[in-house]
Design a protein around this ligand. Structure first.
Ligand code: FAD
Length: 434
């Protein structure tokens, strides 16, 4: 089959690699000058050094399809990702950390037992809550929010210190609005999944080197064609085949492409909606109806401080403390720490402007670590459409649009929220076996 993939984010790359492996003749069209989409690295000096990621990403041990794809295109996953047992540690040492050893249930029970900052009522209510999840087989009505699901248990402290951070980390949504159905699916497959499924995998390399560049190299080595700066402006039926019309500014696209047997639309939802508006109005309307939630990533330089873990949970709030997580992954440079603060579900904060969010993050960091001077904002990045809003009852468009036309991206109907694993799974699922 001649197959076109529109978009070279992680979903498009997954589709392109698996389709090439299945023996199809693959052509990828990408608007940008690089692969990776929302999980890409830009270069701030144009020379290939000083890559800056489009926001801090974390992977989980349960990202089985993503990790398999990375390995298949030649990534040394053990070197690329720092593997840590799941922890929700706050700067003052409170919180919990799973032990890497011993049987799973014992490790979870011991993490709960030794969790600091929680009383016995909090711990008992957490046990009741998780027992209920298991008893209900991690299912609930689609219209429930996480808060509605948890109205009886656990205690407010567990909600604040455990559920809310897990919810914004996994769904990029506050628990008051987040889909309980999707939240439970994440809990089932991570915390209650295979032994290492809840492990945190923290990137040790720029995002581009985790998948986008190795996948690009693999695709070219295996005969696929990849056009950059080549925005697809229209799709048209040509009998049972498809014409793909790409932007005139495509430097490497000199002659019109012959028709394709299948097109995989791996763009974000608004662009997929635009491209299908005349072809499949109902599908297009469902894609266009999805709303989006931003993430702000603030990099600070600060006087050195010892951290209990490379990733810390922070007590975010709606008035003074925007960030929910902080990361310290690199070494000190010139005697200062370089730390990354992440503001998830950032919609309300962004009404004040991104500079104000960055300044509030710097103030939050000073407060948390008791630092008077020397905390400065090095960079601030805002992705206004970081993820689709995974609210209770959200309707996600299906993979199949029309015969020979499929969607593959993180928003397509599936059990998971907008994540790298959802994108890769969608990309793989869209490929017709060879
Ligand atoms: C700041 C931030 C932090 C995040 N943190 C995490 C995290 O910690 N863990 C996690 O798992 N996920 C995280 N995510 C989510 C994750 O990045 C996304 O779910 C995933 O990258 C989506 O991949 P995709 O391929 O579906 O879409 P995209 O990455 O959006 O790729 C779509 C591609 O299509 C291209 N395109 C668009 N229109 C056209 C056109 N007309 N023609 C050709 N090409 C086109 C775009 O340029 C883009 O390259 C985060 C996202 C952001 C923004």
């Amino acid at each position: 089959m001649r197959l076109a993939v529109v978009g070279a984010g992680w979903a498009g790359l997954a589709a392109a690699v698996r389709a090439t492996q299945a023996g199809h003749d693959v052509t990828v069209f990408e608007t940008a000058g690089m692969p990776g989409g929302r999980a890409r690295s830009d270069h701030d000096d144009g020379a290939g050094d000083g890559a800056t990621d489009n926001g801090q990403h974390i992977l989980l041990g349960g990202y089985a399809r993503t990790l398999a794809l990375m390995r298949d295109v030649g990534v040394d996953v053990e070197r690329a990702l720092l593997r840590l047992p799941l922890s929700m540690t706050y700067p003052d040492g409170s919180g919990f950390a799973l032990s890497p050893d011993g049987p799973r249930l014992l490790a979870a029970a011991s993490a709960l037992w030794s969790a600091r900052g929680f009383g016995w009522i909090d711990k008992a209510s957490t046990l009741v809550m998780t027992a209920c999840w298991q008893w209900r087989r991690f299912r609930c009505p689609p219209a429930w929010t996480v808060d509605a699901m948890l109205r009886l248990a656990p205690t407010p402290r567990v909600r604040r210190m455990l559920i809310e951070p897990l919810c914004v980390a996994a769904l990029n949504m506050p628990s008051a609005e987040a889909s309980a159905e999707v939240f439970l699916a994440v809990m089932r497959d991570s915390l209650f999944g295979a032994r290492d499924a809840s492990d945190l995998l923290l990137p040790q390399l720029p995002l581009a080197q985790l998948l986008p560049l190795p996948a690009l190299e693999w695709l070219r080595a295996h005969g696929a064609t990849v056009h950059f700066r080549s925005r697809v402006t229209a799709l048209a039926r040509d009998g049972v085949r498809w014409q793909v019309v790409a932007g005139a500014d495509a430097a490497d696209l000199r002659k019109p492409e012959p028709a394709f047997d299948q097109v995989i639309l791996a763009t974000p939802a608004p662009e997929a909606a635009r491209l299908t508006q005349a072809l499949a109005p109902a599908w297009s309307a469902a894609a266009a109806a999805l709303a989006h939630e931003p993430i702000v990533t603030v990099v600070l330089t600060a006087p050195p401080r010892a951290w209990a873990a490379p990733m810390l949970a922070l007590r975010g709030d709606d008035t003074q403390a925007p960030a929910q997580f902080a990361f310290k992954l690199g070494d000190q440079v010139d005697g200062v720490d370089r730390v990354t603060l992440v503001v998830s579900a950032a919609g309300r904060w962004l009404e004040r402007g991104s500079d104000a969010v960055a300044a509030a993050c710097a103030a939050q960091y000073r407060e948390v670590f008791g630092i008077a001077d020397g905390v400065a904002v090095a960079s601030v990045r805002t992705d206004k459409r970081a993820t689709f809003r995974c609210t209770a009852g959200v309707v996600r468009p299906p993979m199949d649009i029309l015969p020979g036309l499929r969607a593959a991206a993180d928003y397509v109907a599936g059990p998971y929220p907008a994540t790298l694993e959802a994108a890769v799974r969608a990309g793989e699922a869209a490929v017709v076996p060879g």
